[in-house]
Ligand binder design. Structure first.
Ligand SMILES: [Zn+2]
Length: 285
């Protein structure tokens, strides 16, 4: 069920409601009817869903073969030197993974931290120490059962920890760590350098070299993103022709290298319909 490439949106597109749907419980059926098979639920601004509701959505997802992932709260920062804040961050993992289990999902997508007043080296060193302690807690508490994974995301702003090299390196720490390659972020951070097949292949090759087979089932976020001198500015829809990146060269590289990722579309408005466009591109390359 899991080892195939999957496509789906983050959250519910307006069209979902315009077509008469009222609640995320109906989302798996709706996505399935469109030909999509992944769905990301965001806890970005906090945990707004009850366990019971997550279970109901999870049952629907199973019925319609839609793989659910969850995005952790944006407040997580494992680089923070304050032990109290680290304890809070750990709580965002245990709570979020409990809900992910209710959803019957696999991937927990995380922004791991940012520099704040620390040097980049200090921030990364803090993240490694805290991540190590966190993994002990999560494993002892059985929060990672049923193949759950922490999918650490590549980020779009310079002060955030999250170049693709940094993320791949962090993921070497444990088998349950897998990159979330947000190619819109990578493109925004580097001022629009993702253009060709080789630009993408270089990243995927490095992941396989350092992480082996599990790199091939990585998590992917894809959307076009406006950027400036300081990286990411805002998410766009796939019809943008100015900023990129383009999905076609990535689709070809994923196919050639036998990757089976979950590809989540984070377009500004058209998350589901753009996801379908991306699926079409993948099938046609
Ligand atoms: Zn994210």
């Amino acid at each position: 069920m899991i080892d195939k490439i999957r496509f789906g949106p983050s959250g519910n597109q307006k069209l979902f409601y315009e077509q008469g749907h009222k609640h995320s419980i109906e989302a798996p059926m709706w996505l399935h009817s469109m030909g999509l098979d992944a769905y990301e639920f965001s806890f970005g601004r906090g945990f707004t869903i009850k366990e019971d509701t997550a279970r109901k959505i999870g049952e629907e997802a199973k019925k319609y073969d839609v793989l659910i992932s969850c995005h952790a709260p944006y407040y997580i920062n494992l680089a923070n030197p304050d032990p109290l804040m680290i304890e809070k961050s750990f709580g965002y993992f245990t709570r979020g993974l409990t809900l992910l289990e209710c959803f019957g999902g696999r991937d927990y997508v995380v922004h791991i931290g940012s520099c704040g007043k620390l040097s980049r080296e200090e921030a990364i060193s803090n993240i490694k120490t805290n991540l190590k302690n966190l993994l002990v807690i999560l494993k002892n508490g059985d929060f990672l059962k049923n193949g759950k994974r922490l999918c650490i995301e590549t980020m779009g702003k310079p002060q955030q920890i999250g170049t693709y090299e940094e993320i791949i390196d962090l993921c070497t720490m444990d088998e349950c760590l897998v990159p979330t390659f947000d190619f819109g972020h990578i493109n925004a951070l580097t001022g629009g350098t993702l253009k060709t097949y080789d630009d993408y292949k270089k990243i995927l090759d490095l992941a396989v070299e350092k992480l082996g087979e599990r790199a091939k089932s990585c998590h992917i976020h894809f959307s076009k993103i406006e950027y400036g001198d300081k990286g990411e500015i805002r998410h766009l829809n796939y019809d943008d022709t100015v900023y990129g990146p383009d999905f076609a060269p990535l689709a070809k590289a994923l196919k050639d290298l036998n990757f089976t990722p979950t590809v989540i579309c984070e377009s500004k408005d058209n998350m589901a319909t753009d996801s379908l466009i991306m699926k079409g591109i993948y099938e046609s390359v």
